[in-house]
Design a protein around this ligand. Structure first.
Ligand SMILES: CCCCCCCCCCCCC/C=C/C(=O)SCCNC(=O)CCNC(=O)[C@H](O)C(C)(C)COP(=O)(O)OP(=O)(O)OC[C@H]1O[C@@H](n2cnc3c(N)ncnc32)[C@H](O)[C@@H]1OP(=O)(O)O
Length: 309
């Protein structure tokens, strides 16, 4: 529901402090997440993926995929937020974009303190986009592990400001998380992976219990014929494909991840991720094979390149 002019109060909103959250995880959570984004989903002994779900070859710890960092934004946030001076209908919320910076490889178990802040709000007329930044610090050492910037697309919540000068607030550099231009040439490599009809039911066990992804009646009320896949699940599939095809299976090669969700994905659909290399940047787009629609596009910055590429 859009707020009327009198309800929207930018001073109140921008002064609002969001509470810190705590996120504790262990190897079991790491493995359940990896299964949720399709690790070993096509081949239970996949030599590139077994290490994300099992102590392969006696390895000490299960390895962590970089997109696991996106879970740190969950907790209190998925249930919606009460924001003073701004009203929206949580059932019309869609995930619009995700931007992640990883400062050091994610440990296989940790307890984190998340500092959350409002990073942006734009009045798009029919909708509003709201951005939340989460900085995750390891409890104890206090070391900053990663930063997530989540953009939510709030259908029906726009039109709260003067249409000749729509409200626009952003507190981060404009070159971060920019929309990508997909090269016209053939991709360097392509990865195809089928999601399971139960994919969202498995993925939700990592902590995003929004009924939009599991409840047929709720999905209908939100405007969809059936439950849709979590955006972060699709992102996980795409980045896992990049790690496999470009980073030679090394999850620690990933430095920065950016992705915009362009269309919804339904569990059971096949994802085709196309990748192009520009310096140390991998530009990618993911399509749903059955509908030939691009559902996700973005880039990944990597720390280095294997000599065989
Ligand atoms: C206050 C909330 C707090 C909660 C915070 C929680 C954070 C923690 C976790 C987050 C998890 C949230 C819950 C998860 C939900 C999901 O996973 S939903 C599934 C994944 N998402 C999707 O499936 C969305 C797919 N995309 C679409 O369906 C469409 O792109 C769209 C979002 C509906 C927009 O399409 P459309 O209405 O046609 O927009 P346009 O007319 O093209 O553009 C209008 C302006 O909006 C900008 N824009 C468009 N798309 C996006 C986008 N994806 N992200 C950000 N911004 C977008 C676009 O640039 C236009 O802007 P201007 O150019 O300035 O006009």
């Amino acid at each position: 529901m859009a707020t009327s002019d009198s309800e929207f109060n930018s001073d109140l909103l921008l002064a609002h402090k969001l509470p810190e959250t705590r996120y504790t995880y262990n190897e079991r959570d790491v493995a359940i997440y990896a299964l949720g984004i399709g690790a070993c989903g096509q081949d239970a002994v996949d030599s590139d993926e077994l290490k994300f779900v099992y102590h392969r070859n006696g390895q000490d710890l299960i390895q962590v995929l970089p997109t696991f960092a996106s879970l740190f934004t969950l907790g209190s946030l998925t249930e919606g937020l009460d924001l003073p001076g701004f009203k929206y209908d949580p059932s019309l919320l869609l995930h619009g974009q995700q931007y992640i910076e990883i400062y050091r490889p994610l440990p296989s178990k940790a307890s984190l303190i998340n500092k959350v802040s409002l990073a942006g709000l734009q009045d798009k007329g029919k909708a509003a986009t709201l951005e939340l930044e989460t900085r995750s610090y390891e409890e104890g050492s206090g070391e900053l592990l990663c930063m997530n910037r989540t953009t939510v697309f709030l259908r029906g919540a726009g039109g709260f400001s003067n249409s000749s000068q729509p409200f626009s607030y952003k507190n981060y550099p404009s070159n971060q998380g920019l929309a990508v231009k997909i090269p016209q040439r053939q991709p360097l490599t392509v990865c195809e992976e089928r999601t399971q009809p139960s994919q969202a039911l498995l993925y939700r066990l990592s902590g995003d219990y929004n009924p939009l992804h599991s409840d047929p009646e709720f999905a209908k009320l939100a405007g969809f014929p059936r439950p849709i896949l979590h955006g972060l699940c699709t992102l996980g599939f795409a980045i896992k494909a990049i790690i496999k095809c470009v980073c030679k299976g090394d999850p620690t090669a990933v430095k920065t991840i950016s992705g915009r969700f362009l269309t919804t994905v339904f569990p059971g659909e096949t994802l085709i991720t196309e990748m192009w290399l520009e310096g140390l940047r991998v530009i990618y787009q993911t399509k749903v094979k059955e509908r030939n629609k691009t559902v996700l596009a973005g880039y990944v910055d990597i720390r280095g390149l294997s000599s065989s590429l």
